[in-house]
Design a protein around this ligand. Sequence first.
Ligand code: NAD
Ligand code: UDP
Length: 311
Amino acid sequence: MKKRILVTGGAGFLGSHLCEVLLDQGHEVYCLDNFFTGKRENIVHLLQNPYFECIRHDVTVPYFIEADEIYNLACPASPVHYQYNGIKTIKTSVMGAINMLGLAKRLNARVLQASTSEVYGDPEVHPQPESYWGNVNPIGPRACYDEGKRCAEALFVNYHRQNRVQIKIARIFNTYGPRMHPNDGRVVSNFVVQALKGEDITIFGDGMQTRSFCFVDDLVRALVLLMNAPADVTGPINLGNPNEFTMIQLAEMVLRLTQSKSKIVFMPLPQDDPMQRQPNISLAKSSLGWEPQIQLEEGLQKTINYFKKVI
Ligand code: NAD
Ligand code: UDP
């Protein structure tokens, strides 16, 4: 059945891939974005499609459109960008959630929230299951993002309990791939761009902190599966690739795959930078029948090929 689907943050990294997949499935897609970190280039190839519409709008302001489903992705995701204007980041997460939940309630539409592994903060439980409540500093530099996303989760479950809104909460772990912004500041894009330009690879801290990286195609597939799962599968549900790497291992893999002569340099570790992160994806496996298929080396190669073209 052809559905009308609203994707907030649709011109961003994940959102643009999601719009593409939904159009390929035969749906009508409305991409809503204020272009803070999103780019027209990410969606320009979709503009000719008569079933695609791009709307310049800010999710902190209410918006009305007829839709069957809403994917709420609008929010800067890189620490550099979400800390640029912390107040705006909180408003985007909280008021954006209120506006999209209000719209979903009015339309009786399903609404999916792009939450994050950051709700676990610097986790003391490893790997992280959904039942873990997290270890977040509520007043630190990452709080605008972490607490904004935690408040959005609370709003989602309350609209579900009180108003029976059909909700889906995806806790997304570090995801990478083509269309990340070259100056985005996240580790994969930083290392790949630095390696391709022959610049120093900047490792923050001693490089022994870990992350688990999911390729964008795997993640987008999971978001669509979650949206289409039975109504009682509301989440929160972890979505990510459980293969865990230190930042040194990541830097070495990028250097090998790009055959770059860049040198590794060590820089101060930002405050509250989580030391470890790895999703427990048992719930995604059992309730969505999903697990990632693209491992880091293969996904990095695709990402490197993309950045070779754009920088
Ligand atoms: P991104 O920065 O590329 O995309 C975010 C998009 O939202 C951009 O197009 C931006 O312009 C738009 N946006 C920001 N504020 C807005 C506002 N007030 N109104 C309308 N549009 C606004 O980031 P991404 O990696 O594509 O992340 C998408 C979503 O997924 C975010 O909500 C993020 O928190 C979540 N997420 C991403 C990751 C990841 O590793 N990529 C991990 C966890 C969660
Ligand atoms: N990082 C790094 N060098 C960089 C950018 C990031 O060593 O140029 C580190 C960062 O300190 C963190 C990890 O890589 O430990 C992941 O950072 P990112 O900003 O990608 O995501 P997040 O910290 O939100 O998981």
